[in-house]
Ligand binder design. Structure first.
Ligand SMILES: NC(=O)c1ccc[n+]([C@@H]2O[C@H](COP(=O)([O-])OP(=O)(O)OC[C@H]3O[C@@H](n4cnc5c(N)ncnc54)[C@H](O)[C@@H]3O)[C@@H](O)[C@H]2O)c1
Length: 354
C-alpha cells in the first residue's frame, strides 16, 4: 500500500488534503503529523481518524522526524506544516522561523536520508511580496521579495527547498506556491471564517484599513488537487539552465486568476447571510506592513501538468458560508478555547521589554 506522510495535517489545508487523499484512494496509508499548535484542530480529522495514523510531532525536531521516517518509510511526503497567520507572526516571529524555515529543512533532510518517491513543499504566493498596480502577476521566475515575518520565514524555507532541489536533483523535490485558500476547516481567526462567525454572533466584521487590499483566491479543494498532481507527476530531470532560471526548477504556482479585494469578499459573505454589508462592517486600523496586492499566474501547472481549477468563486464562497453556518459547534469550540479572534493595531509597534 502506498504510504503518504502529510504534515500540518490538523490544520486547514492539511486536513482537507487528508480527506481528499482518502476519497481518491480507498486503499492508502496516511501518516498524519502535526504538533497541534495554535491553528491546529484535531477535530478536523475526526471523520477519518480510524483510517490514518496520527503523530503529534514537531517537524523542526530532527530526531523525532527521523524516527518517524524510519518507522513508517513513507513513499510520498507533503509538507503543509507551518505557522501561517500574518498577524501572529508580527507578535511572535521566532516560532514562524522555526516551523517555516528550520522545519522545512528538517523535512528535506529526512527525505534525503530516507529516500521517498517525491517530496512536495507547500509554500505561498506571499513569498513574492507585494505586486505593484501596473504589474499583472508574479510567476515562478519572479524573485522572492517577502516583506512580512510570516512570508519571510516561508521564503527562507523556499530557499532551502531550492538549494536541496539543485544540490540533490535525484530527491524529486517539488515546490508549490498557492493563492489564498478558502473552504471548510479554516481557523476562525482568518478573514472568511472570521467574518462569518462575527455576523452569526451579531457582531460587526472588522476590516483592516480601507478594505481594498487585493488577493488571489482559490478553493481549498482545487489546491489539494493541484498539490496531488504535482506530487505524482513524472517530471524531467532538472535542466542545467535552472541554475540561472528558476522557471526551470520544479516549482508550480497555483491560482485560478481570481483577484478580489477583502472588501468584496466581506460584502459577499454578509450578503450571503442576508444582511446589508455597510451596516455590518467596522473599518479598523490596518495591520502594519500589510501587503496591498498579490496575484500569481498558473500557466506552468496548466500547460505542463494539465491541472485546472474547477470551482467557481461566487458559488463556492456561498457554499463555504453555508458550511460555517451548518458547523457552528466546530468553530464555537475553537473560539471558546483560543479567545475572540481579531487584533488591534491602533497602537504603534515598539520593541517589547523583557
Ligand atoms: N491558507 C492559505 O491561504 C495558504 C495559501 C497558500 C499556501 N499556504 C500554505 O499551506 C500550508 C498550510 O496552511 P494552512 O492555512 O492550512 O495553515 P494552518 O495554520 O491552518 O495549519 C498549519 C498546521 O501546521 C501545524 N504546524 C505548524 N508548525 C508545525 C511544526 N513545527 N510541526 C508540526 N506541525 C506544525 C499547525 O499546528 C497547524 O495545524 C502552510 O505551509 C501555508 O504557508 C496557505
Amino acid at each position: 500500500m502506498t504510504k503518504y506522510l502529510v504534515t500540518g495535517a490538523a490544520g486547514f489545508i492539511g486536513a482537507n488534503y487528508v480527506h481528499h487523499l482518502l476519497q481518491q484512494e480507498a486503499d492508502t496509508d496516511v501518516i498524519a503529523v502535526d504538533y497541534l499548535g495554535f491553528a491546529a484542530n484535531e477535530a478536523n480529522l475526526d471523520a477519518v481518524m480510524d483510517r490514518i495514523v496520527f503523530h503529534k510531532v514537531d517537524i523542526s525536531d530532527f530526531e523525532a522526524m527521523a524516527a518517524l521516517y524510519r518507522r513508517h518509510r513513507p513513499d510520498y511526503v507533503i509538507n503543509f506544516a507551518a505557522e501561517s497567520h500574518n498577524d501572529r507572526a508580527i507578535l511572535g516571529p521566532s516560532e514562524f522561523m522555526r516551523s517555516n524555515a528550520l522545519g522545512a529543512q528538517v523535512m528535506l533532510e529526512c527525505s534525503r536520508l530516507y529516500p521517498v518517491k517525491s517530496h512536495v513543499h507547500v509554500s505561498t504566493i506571499e513569498v513574492y511580496g507585494e505586486l505593484p498596480a501596473e504589474r499583472p502577476y508574479f510567476t515562478e521566475r519572479s524573485p522572492l521579495n517577502a516583506k512580512t515575518p510570516y512570508s519571510a520565514a516561508k521564503a527562507a524555507g523556499d530557499q532551502m527547498v531550492r538549494a536541496y532541489m539543485s544540490t540533490y536533483p535525484n530527491m524529486n523535490i517539488r515546490l508549490t506556491h498557492c493563492a489564498n485558500n478558502y473552504g471548510p476547516f479554516q481557523h476562525p481567526e482568518k478573514l472568511i471564517p472570521l467574518a462569518i462567525a462575527k455576523v452569526l454572533r451579531g457582531r460587526k466584521v472588522p476590516l483592516y484599513g480601507d478594505g481594498l487590499q487585493s488577493r488571489d483566491w482559490l478553493h481549498v479543494a482545487d489546491h489539494c488537487n493541484a498539490v496531488h498532481r504535482v506530487l505524482l507527476a513524472e517530471l524531467d530531470p532538472i535542466h542545467p539552465d535552472a541554475a540561472t532560471d528558476p522557471g526551470r526548477l520544479p516549482i508550480f504556482d497555483i491560482s485560478s486568476r481570481n483577484e478580489v479585494t477583502n472588501q468584496e469578499i466581506v460584502h459577499g459573505i454578509i450578503t450571503a447571510l442576508g444582511r446589508h454589508p455597510e451596516e455590518w462592517i467596522e473599518y479598523i486600523p490596518d495591520r502594519p506592513n500589510h501587503d496591498r496586492r498579490y496575484v500569481i499566474e498558473p500557466t506552468k501547472i496548466e500547460t505542463e501538468l494539465g491541472w485546472y481549477p474547477t470551482r467557481d468563486f461566487r458559488s463556492t464562497l456561498r457554499q463555504t458560508v453555508e458550511w460555517y453556518v451548518d458547523n457552528r459547534d466546530w468553530w464555537e469550540r475553537i473560539i471558546s478555547k483560543t479567545g475572540e479572534p481579531g487584533f488591534d493595531w491602533s497602537q504603534p509597534l515598539g520593541s517589547t521589554a523583557v
